[in-house]
Design a protein around this ligand. Structure first.
Ligand SMILES: [Zn+2]
Length: 445
């Protein structure tokens, strides 16, 4: 067994049986987190000038949150490996252009480049030990029942990365699929490989489900896992109908391994690996942006880091009994919240992607195969629908009514709607989004 495999297994073991996993109640879990963060900070702060100054003289949990912009602005004095921003960026851009992801920085450090939708892209440094820890934790959470057993995993990635190359084992085989390859090539390779676990963004999984429905793809995975994009209920239903449900989710960002579904199909936050604090966007409906404090990552520490995602807490407990909080949905980026002028004439009303999604799904009915909704200016929303021609007129009228009711209820000025055909996922270098805002957020919102 090589050193990397030993580290993966250690992390797997810790995630399955360690003190974080043994916490049975919320109180036990929070006590564990508090100890873990304190220990982490004692080791880390002497080596991160940025965070040392940021946390000086105050309790860590009350320090001002930072975000991607702050992290990038202070990259050189924040990371503990002495890597400068331009050096890391040059390596990441070269890897992306040549699709050769093998080169690393000195010390085997990998550079991840996150795809920023609104301009700034973010850089993340990961050490070999952190890669192994990620892989071990992911295995513990994703393998059916968490058990190491003979599996063939098919893993679809937008940008291949050294991050995922750490896992090699006698028991588990991994095959990487580059999302930029054409669909027929994926289908042929999958038919030969016969994966037991299929992992990919939901737009790709939905395409594979329709290939299976057409009889071209003949695989029977035991578990299907959605990553990297918002899992829309429409796609979840189509994928589950084809491959057998439920569709599992891994909530993973370059900022960390944030959550995964349990055996009951409930998405839990990985609160045994990091602290997730809530920056409430709408406390009444349980919607928040997470503030992350990871108590393992050392190379580029993630402490009091606000992620620009909209999450909704699940109001009911999961039958699995885990003290880790459960999510109802990952809705998408804060950048995709719609803003309409308030009917009162003053200020703005924000509508979460999930509200838009529900209005369209309830209006369009069961024949809907795909959709996208894009806000292009304060008074205008474009909606593409994949529907049989005969069903279009009724669906459009019902969606108009559902969105008008939503606007009336929330006190927003009703937008003009423009309908077109479309809304089916396609293979693309960019993330597929069903609900997106293509205008800046109003300042006064
Ligand atoms: Zn659960």
């Amino acid at each position: 067994m090589n050193a990397a495999t030993a580290q993966v297994l250690a992390a797997y073991w810790r995630t399955r049986y360690g003190p974080g996993a043994r916490a049975r109640t919320r109180t036990e879990l929070e006590a564990y987190q508090a100890r873990a963060v304190e220990r982490h900070l004692r080791r880390l702060l002497p080596r991160s000038p940025f965070y040392r100054a940021h946390f000086a003289g105050r309790a860590w949990a009350a320090a001002p949150p930072i975000n991607k912009r702050v992290m990038l602005a202070h990259f050189d004095e924040l990371n503990t490996a002495g890597v400068c921003f331009s050096e890391a960026l040059a390596l990441a851009e070269r890897a992306e252009a040549t699709r050769d992801f093998a080169p690393t920085l000195p010390g085997g450090l990998t550079v991840g480049l996150s795809s920023g939708t609104s301009g700034t892209r973010s850089l993340f440094l990961v050490s070999p030990a952190e890669r192994a820890a990620w892989a071990g934790a992911a295995l513990a959470r994703v393998l059916p029942g968490g058990r190491l057993a003979a599996q063939r995993v098919a893993f679809f990635l937008r940008a291949n990365s050294n991050l995922y190359r750490s896992v090699r084992s006698r028991l588990i085989r991994f095959a990487y699929f580059d999302l930029l390859d054409p669909l027929p090539a994926h289908v042929a390779r999958l038919n030969a490989y016969q994966p037991t676990i299929l992992v990919g963004p939901p737009s790709l999984l939905a395409l594979l489900a329709s290939e299976a429905r057409a009889g071209r793809l003949t695989i029977g995975p035991r578990k299907v896992v959605s990553v990297a994009e918002v899992l829309d209920p429409l796609d979840a239903a189509a994928i589950a109908a084809q491959f057998g449900g439920p569709v599992h989710q891994v909530y993973q960002a370059t900022e960390g391994f944030l959550g995964a579904t349990c055996d009951h199909g409930t998405l839990h936050l990985n609160e045994d690996l990091l602290v997730v604090q809530t920056d409430w966007l709408d406390e009444r409906t349980g919607k928040f942006a997470p503030i992350l404090t990871d108590f393992h990552r050392q190379t580029q520490p993630i402490l009091r880091y606000r992620l620009d995602d909209v999450l909704t807490l699940k109001p009911t407990a999961c039958p699995c009994g885990s003290p880790r909080r459960a999510l109802e949905t990952i809705e998408g980026r804060c950048d995709d919240i719609f803003y309409f002028p308030a009917a009162s004439g003053r200020g703005w009303v924000c509508l979460f992607p999930d509200f838009i999604r529900r209005a369209i799904l309830s209006g369009a009915g069961p024949l809907l195969e795909g959709y996208t909704a894009t806000q292009t200016d304060p008074g205008h929303v474009e909606i593409a629908l994949a529907l049989p021609a005969a069903a279009r007129a009724d669906a459009e009228a019902a969606i108009r009514a559902a969105l008008a009711a939503l606007c009336a209820r929330t006190g927003a000025v009703k937008p003009r709607l423009a309908f077109s055909a479309g809304g089916l996922p396609e293979l693309s270098p960019r993330k597929f989004k069903r609900v997106a805002r293509h205008m800046p957020a109003p300042d006064s919102a």
